[in-house]
Design a protein around this ligand. Structure first.
Ligand code: 2NL
Length: 350
């Protein structure tokens, strides 16, 4: 049986609870403790409720008095908890602000910028020039069939011109790694109707003893124009414009006769040596000139293989090695550098 209750004892208990809680609130060191205290004293199963449970044992006239005291205690405790919460809360905020302080004057960590690979940068520069003449970029597959890579370019299986390319074959009958981007031009002819102005950049492959100027992968950009009344004069004018855009408006150019099985007539296109300006240095093999591309009028047989009537349409085509153009643009001495992915090299082209 619980001890008999009377007004004086309950009053004393309530005041003791108040004084104890007020002292604890002042002593609390964090807001979590205050929240626990609130639950412990004022909560539904809290100590204040527990004391008041005894109220039924009091004489009826004392009950309102205890109720009034309990109310004062509740208000005092709530007030003390709120005041302590405010003090502690602002202390905690101050501590967090101090701990998380950011010195906005500290220099930032530099973000390392990437850059285009010099081969891609060069392809972009070439495409930008030809875009001004209406040439649109196409791409063809790197694995080609023998027919498209050789036969349709007027290079039959036993043709001696095949000795010009040491071909890498893949484990698929009649298929190979393209030796030039020309088969892509054949695909464009099959896919489009004249007038055609196509530019084909891409990776090509050949079996090669690797040195400073030979790799088993390399890039080409080829161009193709097919229309009614297209002439060699159009080709010469276009290539002059190209050379002047890439190497300067005052760079001298020349055309020489050349040979390719897929063009007739064929030409080699030279610029005056960018190293010695024609003074005949080792860079131009002491000729004063550097060949930058090969070109010619598309052979009528090749137009026919492309599904184009050579009686109605004429075309010219040209092809260049991208590494060679990039070497001249950036004075790179060895094309193996393009394949090594050495950041010290690639980072030099920002
Ligand atoms: C070179 C020379 C050349 C072509 C590529 C071509 C393509 C078709 C028809 C006719 Cl579909 N010609 N391409 C023509 C002449 C020269 O490239 O030495 N490139 C590195």
């Amino acid at each position: 049986m619980a001890e008999p209750v009377d007004l004086a004892r309950m009053t004393a208990e309530l005041h003791a609870l108040r004084d104890e809680t007020l002292a604890a609130a002042r002593a609390a060191t964090d807001t979590a403790a205050l929240e626990a205290m609130e639950l412990e004293v004022l909560g539904k199963k809290g100590r204040l409720t527990a004391v008041l449970r005894g109220i039924g044992g009091l004489p009826a006239e004392d009950r309102p008095k205890v109720g009034a005291i309990a109310n004062e205690v509740r208000i005092a405790v709530e007030g003390a908890l709120a005041a302590a919460a405010q003090t502690l809360g602002s202390k905690e905020l101050d501590a967090r602000l101090a701990a998380e302080r950011v010195d906005v004057t500290t220099p930032g960590r530099p973000i390392r910028r990437g850059s285009l690979h010099p081969i891609n940068e060069t392809i972009g520069a070439i495409a930008e020039v030809f875009a001004q003449f209406g040439f649109v970029v196409y791409e063809g597959p790197e694995v080609e069939d023998d027919t498209t890579n050789f036969r349709m370019l007027n290079i039959p299986p036993d043709h001696p011109a095949r000795d010009l390319w040491d071909t890498l074959y893949v484990d698929l009958p009649e298929h190979l790694l393209r030796t030039h981007t020309s088969p892509g031009q054949i695909r464009v002819m099959h896919q489009e109707r004249p007038p055609i102005r196509a530019l084909l950049p891409g990776r090509c492959f050949r079996y090669e003893a690797v040195d400073a100027s030979h790799a088993s992968e390399f890039f080409q950009v080829e161009g193709l124009m097919v229309d009614e009344g297209t002439t060699m004069a159009d080709l010469k004018g276009l290539l002059d414009q190209f050379a002047h855009a890439m190497f300067g408006a005052d760079r001298a150019t020349r055309f020489r006769p050349g040979y390719y099985p897929f063009t007739e007539p064929s030409v080699a296109f030279d610029i005056l040596c960018v190293i010695c300006d024609g003074a005949k240095c080792p860079a131009c093999s002491r000729t004063g000139w550097m060949t930058i591309l090969g070109a010619g009028m598309v052979h009528p047989v090749v137009l026919g293989y492309g599904g184009i009537d050579p009686e109605r349409y004429q075309g010219f085509a040209f092809g260049m090695g991208v590494e060679r153009i990039a070497n001249l643009r950036h004075a790179v001495p060895d094309l193996r550098l393009y394949l090594e992915n050495d950041q010290r090299f690639l980072g030099a082209f920002r």
